[in-house]
Write a protein that binds this ligand. Structure first.
Ligand SMILES: Cc1ncc(COP(=O)(O)O)c(C=O)c1O
Length: 389
């Protein structure tokens, strides 16, 4: 028998949908993909070149568990460019934000501690808590509050068993940011209750317009920050991210990192040094603009077809779309869309249970032409199913 913990984890519907999409592709059909949560762009050329040079120079051995000093220095300079001072010593390079989540769970949570998360939210959050025997507790977040918890929601959910909260800004699947005042108040609340606030900023940099803060660290220094090279920097498969922790947490998290990971990927770290160079940054910013344009096209097209997008995202590359007018549950809608029209989208059920039947997530990690074709197919679907816009 495998562990009870492994039995508790529910498989994602989207993985089954993706499997179905592959079957259609193997039959020679084209599938319009709106389910994938990673940039469609190849990693920027300067990063690829830096990786090749690093490998040629023999940078293939373990590094220190915290990551190479040059990269921690670069990340520190990046924060400086965002207007906050973060000493390199507070930065630990990780194996993606997923590695960071593993480390922060191990650092901050004891068995039976509660970790507050949001519903809807990033599905794996739940699993990181369970892995260390802690109990995830979902705060239901509402469209009327931009899918972020209010201070009242937060304070009401926090009990004597709560040890930490994990919030994302911008979040997945909704792309919304937590207001600066709320973030400040929640940090104070967590600290007063001898707890911790973890802020997932993995979509930092992919903002669609002016943002309330470039990083939560501009609002409070008492945060545990998660970030990654996966999204804005376009390096999903390199498995590299970082955390920023308060000074007192540096030694214990380093000890955990030494034991759990030894070090993050060495070639990836050397490649990531180039991610902050001017030429690479220019590419990241152009791509960010492409995401902004795609969001506009997709959102307009879907609304013309009668879909409701209750909250426009502040960033990331997702639209959380209300499909109530179809009269179907989101899971039925997603299966029929892939099976009958070969369009792949993710059902709300993959992000929690709160109103999940009414929502699907569209990722605009596909080009404008594909978005147009996808919208045409969705229109055909609605006509075929007798649903009026
Ligand atoms: C909100 C959020 N956090 C963390 C992750 C993990 O990302 P990675 O491990 O690639 O850095 C993801 C991935 O999609 C995400 O959406």
């Amino acid at each position: 028998m495998f562990s009870a913990r492994s039995n508790e984890i529910a498989p994602f519907v989207v993985m089954q949908l993706l499997q179905r999409a592959r079957e259609y592709e193997n039959q020679g059909k084209t599938v319009m993909h709106f389910e994938v949560g990673e940039p469609d762009f190849q990693t920027a050329e300067p990063i690829l070149a830096a990786a090749q040079s690093a490998i040629a120079a023999g940078h293939t051995k373990y590094t220190s568990a915290q990551g190479i000093p040059e990269l921690r220095e670069r990340i520190s300079c990046y924060y400086q460019s965002l207007g906050v001072a973060v000493e390199p010593e507070r930065i630990l390079v990780t194996s993606g934000a997923s590695g960071g989540l593993t480390l922060l769970s191990a650092l901050l949570l004891d068995p039976d501690d509660e970790l507050l998360i949001t519903d809807p939210g990033y599905p794996c959050n739940d699993v990181f808590a369970r892995l260390v025997g802690a109990r995830p507790k979902a705060i239901k977040v509402h469209a009327k509050n931009r899918f972020q918890p209010t201070l009242d929601d937060f304070a009401a959910a926090w009990t004597e068993n709560t040890r930490a909260a994990l919030l994302a800004s911008p979040g997945n699947p909704t792309g919304t940011m937590l207001a600066a005042g709320d973030l400040a108040d929640m940090t104070v609340h967590a600290t007063e209750r001898q707890g911790f606030l973890i802020l997932d900023e993995i979509y930092q940099g992919l903002n669609h317009g002016p943002v309330p803060y470039q990083t939560g660290l501009a609002v409070s220094d008492d945060l545990y920050i998660l970030n990654s090279f996966s999204k804005f920097f376009g390096m999903t498969g390199w498995r590299l991210g970082w955390v920023v922790v308060p000074p007192q947490a540096i030694a214990p998290i380093t000890k955990l990192a030494q034991n759990l990971f030894i070090s993050p990927s060495t070639p990836a770290q050397y490649a990531a040094l180039a991610a902050f160079d001017e030429d690479a940054m220019e590419i990241h910013l152009q791509r960010k603009e492409a995401f902004v344009q795609r969001a506009a096209v997709l959102s307009e097209g879907l609304q013309k077809l009668g879909f409701r997008i209750p909250v426009a995202p502040d960033g990331a590359f997702y639209l959380y779309v209300d499909i109530s007018h179809t009269g179907m549950s989101s899971t039925e809608f997603c299966w029929r869309l892939i099976d009958e029209f070969q369009v792949a989208v993710t059902p709300g059920a993959d992000f929690g249970g709160h109103h999940a039947d009414h929502y699907v997530r569209f990722a605009y990690t596909t080009n404008i032409e594909a978005i147009g074709l996808g919208l045409e197919r969705i229109e055909d679907a609605l006509i075929a199913w007798g649903i009026n816009a």
